[in-house]
Design a protein around this ligand. Structure first.
Ligand code: OOG
Ligand code: NI
Length: 440
């Protein structure tokens, strides 16, 4: 019998290989990793209670390996095959993100692990966008784009074979996994040779910088990798010391005592030399680095409050803090008002017989018999994502129309429905309670 390895292992190897590749291709990313490591170490010294004692080792390991990346695809077929490629590594499409409302002609999902143990092992995620050709107004250019994209093959023949093997065997052997990682990585590599001539590139650029980025190259180069920090303000502040120019402001909620959702910032994309098919040299800016700080995953009520506060007009950072004053900022209130998801755990030896059921949860928490810890947000925020896109694409909008979300079209291209993020968090919370009260 063939011995198969776990998809978690393949994802772990892949994310590490990707990080090494990106460190070589974009040296500023290596510097960023260094700053993040230092800031995280300092933070943990000052806040030793950050992780529950029981999980400490796992959490520290997770923090070390944790990152996300992003790619932009051109066709439905590319997206459907990408779904199969990520499935080999246990990464499934979670959530639908519409960025067209912000003038970015893409919609997206995030491929990620969904099981608790898999997330703990390595939560590597890839924000994956699909270009929305329907939002290109110039019909002639749209047709040209379709033709150019139809000609390219972004996956190596060998990785396609290995994907078929994976489907047939329901997994890969260690040797196959190793080859898969090396072959899959090729799809995400940078190509300095464009697949269009300079005139075509210019006309794509005039439509939208993003369209030029997706269409002009042989593959969907990884455009950033993002380590997770425990103190994003510190990292933002330090970047200039290392000659890295950060984006002006941090996306997402303001600094708080209890971090919620996701805060992100990036450094500006590099200007890189490329060669067009007519041998003319040019420059392209696409690849950048980003950092993120993750906090409590919000329930639908919590998220609605976040979205509402985010929409209130504000200028500057102090206003942002004032705007979010209406959002409770201590764990117990957030929990009691059901604004966020929590993981419960029995810390005493056993439950007292007389209060061994769910209706005594609050008492058990007060008595310190059970503890509640925030469940960390694993997903993305469309408004923040649009901010990240824009800071790297330049603020010019180009000639694309504002679109509406079209989840059905996205899922059609993907070949399946996206998973609802809220139900995943709910399940984590429910499982933790079942383990305590139902012995499961
Ligand atoms: C993706 C931008 C979105 C994030 O962290 O929100 C993103 C892109 O620029 O392709 O990665
Ligand atoms: Ni990102």
């Amino acid at each position: 019998m063939t011995q198969l390895v776990s998809p978690d292992l393949i994802r772990d190897k892949f994310s590490k290989a990707m990080s090494l590749m990106y460190q070589q291709e974009v040296p500023q990313y290596r510097t960023l990793l260094h700053i993040v490591k230092e800031v995280n170490e300092r933070y943990l010294l000052a806040h030793p209670q950050t992780f529950a004692t029981l999980d400490k080792e796992q959490e520290l390991n997770r923090l070390d390996v944790e990152r996300h990346g992003a790619i932009r695809l051109g066709t439905a077929e590319e997206l459907a095959t990408m779904r199969r490629l990520f499935a080999v590594m246990g990464m499934l499409p979670v959530s639908y993100y519409d960025l067209s409302a912000a003038g970015v002609p893409v919609h997206a999902t995030a491929f990620r692990a969904v099981e608790e143990s898999s997330l703990q092992y390595n939560p590597f995620r890839v924000f994956t966008s699909l270009l929305r050709l329907d939002l290109i107004e110039d019909a002639k250019l749209r047709e040209q784009v379709e033709q150019i994209l139809a000609r390219r093959a972004i996956f190596t023949p060998r990785v396609l074979e290995l994907m078929a093997t994976n489907d047939k065997q329901q997994g890969l052997t260690a040797d196959q996994a190793e080859e898969f990682v090396a072959e899959a990585l090729k799809t995400f590599q940078w190509h300095s040779e464009a697949q269009v001539d300079v005139a075509t590139y210019q006309s794509l650029l005039e439509q939208h910088r993003l369209i030029a980025d997706v269409v002009s190259f042989k593959g969907p180069h990884i455009n950033h990798l993002t380590p997770r920090t425990l103190d994003i303000d510190s990292v933002q502040q330090r970047m200039p010391d290392y000659q890295i120019v950060p984006k002006e402001s941090i996306e997402g909620p303001p600094r708080r005592r209890v971090p919620i959702l996701l805060r992100q910032t990036s450094f500006k994309a590099l200007s890189e030399k490329i060669v067009f098919t007519d041998s003319i040299e040019g420059r392209h800016t696409a690849r950048f680095g980003e950092i993120e700080q993750r906090g409590l995953a919000l329930t639908p009520q919590g998220r609605a409050l976040y979205d509402q506060l985010l929409q209130q007009p504000a200028e500057g950072d102090s206003d942002a803090a004032a705007r979010f004053a209406a959002f409770p900022d201590d764990e117990e209130t957030l929990r009691q008002q059901k604004l966020g998801y929590f993981r419960y755990r029995l810390v005493a030896e056993r439950l007292p017989v007389e209060t061994a059921s769910r209706e005594h949860l609050n008492t058990l928490l007060q008595q310190g018999i059970i503890e509640a810890r925030p469940i960390i947000y694993e997903d993305f925020l469309p408004v923040s994502a649009a901010g990240i896109f824009q800071s790297n694409l330049g603020s010019e909008r180009g000639a694309v129309s504002k679109g509406n979300p079209n989840k059905a079209a996205f899922e059609q291209a993907l070949g399946r429905q996206v998973i609802d993020e809220f139900s995943l968090y709910q399940q984590l919370e429910d499982n933790s309670l079942a383990e305590i009260f139902d012995g499961r």
